[in-house]
Design a protein around this ligand. Sequence first.
Ligand code: PGD
Length: 773
Amino acid sequence: MSARSVHPHSSHWGVFEAEVEDGQVVSVHPYPYDAHPSPILANIPDSIRHPTRISQPMVRAGWLDYGAGPSTQRGKEPFVPVSWETATDLLAAELRRVIERHGPQAIYGGSYGWASAGRFHHAQSQVHRFLNGLGGYTYSVHSYSMGAAEVIFPHVFGNYWDMLVRATAWPTIVEHADLFVCFGGLPLKNTAVKPGGIGRHRVPDYLRQAREHGVKFVLFSPLRDDLPDFVQTEWQPLVPGTDVAVMLALAHTLITERLHDTAFLDRYCVGFERFERYVLGEDDGQPKTPEWAEQISEVPAEAIRTLARRMATHKTFITMSWSLQRTEFGEQAPWMGATLAAMLGQIGLPSGGFGFGYSSTSMVGSAPLRFKFPSLPQGKNGVRTFIPVARIADMLLHPGEAFDYDGQRLTYPDIRLVYWCGGNPFHHHQHLARLRRAFERPDTVVVHDPFWTAMARNADMVLPSTMTLERNDIGWNENDSTLAAMRQAVAPFAQARSDYEIFAALAAKLGFWDRFTEERNEMDWLRHMYDTWRTTASEHGVEVPTFEDFWEEGYLEQDWSDDHEVLFSAFRADPEHAPLATPSGRIELFSETIHSFGYADCPGHPTWLEPSEWTKGARAEQFPILLIANNPSTRLHSQLDIGATSQASKVQGREPIRLHPTDAATRGIAEGDVVRVFNDRGSCLAGAVLSKDVRPRVAQLSTGAWYDPLDPADVDALCVHGNPNVLTMDQGTSSLAQGCTGQHVLVEIERWNAPVPEITVSRPPPLEQRDGL
Ligand code: PGD
């Protein structure tokens, strides 16, 4: 008789239960209280024992034979399977060598990535805690998600974290607003995700309720389905990258028709006069009229004018997706959105204002909880050197060179060892040929991952980590009511170990096991973290179950006490006593600080700056289609691309690319054809899907298809699978934030007439068995 069991667990895309039969996960079932579970849960069962799992530690043959050093052989040579003992000895010795010879700053431990939902096995915390125990590491700041916003908002609002965790709660907006103007839309695929886990997917209900309350929606996006059909949207399919021009023209109408709220601007903002001069063209001779914006954006001038009037006479909530700032000059759109909302005078009111990222994760607009669950302490980093996270290739290629960042002149360090745990730069970084050349520079590249991702294939030492269902953990997000016991469901695959076990063994070799582990095993840590949280709750008069009861029950629904959060309400009520953390204490529509940096690519107030990757620029003569490389709907980033939901979406095994039927027709492309997408940086294959939901001269190819070069020995090779980051530009948003600009890229598309190459990334790379290792 077969043994069946059910195990509560969680992922960034939803709490779930794993059904296990004879030691194998046979299915997953959504959290019973979740009315809108994500379809990407179905990626889990097939992945757990997939051939691309890494079975044991591996070392690149050349690294083993010739030792550490810069190498052009990464990604090209076979791997040699070794025992954990050998791997740990080799890595401990290499870490010691690098630190003794070059100092801890020669280790890059920025290690960006989402990894898994559990808070103890949080990969970044684990690697940072480990490296800090060794003296520290060169670190990274900000995220690929919203690198520009993280730097611009502190200048404008004094803070960016509040924009996320204290955003006006959905129920409040739904009840009070009349008009939602959505720059970048509110695609439900993104709201299905919350870092650390999500108990109930509520956004579809909020949108339906808003509709029932009579809220009207206006969508500015090149993609119609950036708002679901059921909210009956007015779609303005603007030219990608031109939202700032449209918002400036809305501002122009407000000013010239005296519809802006001067009382709000006087009391709560600084710098409006400087901005107004720019809008009226008094500085540069170009008034930012709706006609001017129409030339740029192709949104009719009359539609802009009419909308400005509607916005001024209704309770208007402006939402903006993070994608808008993941482009060249990405600082401008969020700053301009904030400025437009300030001109409407509704910031700090329940009925209107500005929200950033309601479209990007369901964290935004969910009320924050009263007691934060503790994270794994990371210790103190003894190194002060850092980079903005998306500048990794620049750092590796240009050690010793100076660069600008937020008013500082910094220098790229000389990195000898890169340590990655829980992320995939071959998914998240841009211009992958350049990234591959950058990864030729360090002496050693170390990766922990459950899978043979491209990052693992391009490393020297590959250590197999467990998947989340193979270990115990606790899932939690600061803006979610469900605390989830993530109980181990199955044994680890082959020789996989948790990152914690890997680091603990390395720490033992390097002489700081007791400091790293604090003599706790996995379950001790979970109990310790939970009890710390329970004590905090109890100090505030809130009783929560014991750890044993919580673990047995599997879930804990916390008190969702404040669904009435209104962003900046305290500031609005009393700006003198609750000032913002900006130099003026007010919203900075002109920033003296930014102006003083003298950056041509980020002036002192929101400005329209023509990007290099847009359909009206010079580059478009050669590459006329603007590709939107957005986040996928069939998986989270590149995670579990081998799973059922992701695989079902592929066209002839390639990532689907959506393009307008007229663009397809002029190129002789039919639905279901394999196409080559290319520019002067690289090329990939993709499967054509024709759709009028994409505006003409735009195509959409999501990120996350596992990078699969036709010839792994050629860094410039065609990716046969459809990873758009072979095409994207590796350049910071501006000298201010240096954020990721991967969202937009100019390309040409043609039908692929040759035989369609095989996908090889769903198999492990070549291995070379050797004895005695
Ligand atoms: P993931 O695919 O989530 O992508 O980039 P990120 O690197 O986070 O990678 C996570 C990796 O962690 C996977 O390989 C997974 O197998 C591994 N993993 C999971 N659990 C564990 C674990 O417990 N331990 C270890 N060691 N590994 C684990 C995402 C980034 O991409 C983000 S956030 C954004 S918003 C960006 N968006 C864009 C974009 O819009 N356009 C482009 N062109 N590029 C982007 N890149 C960015």
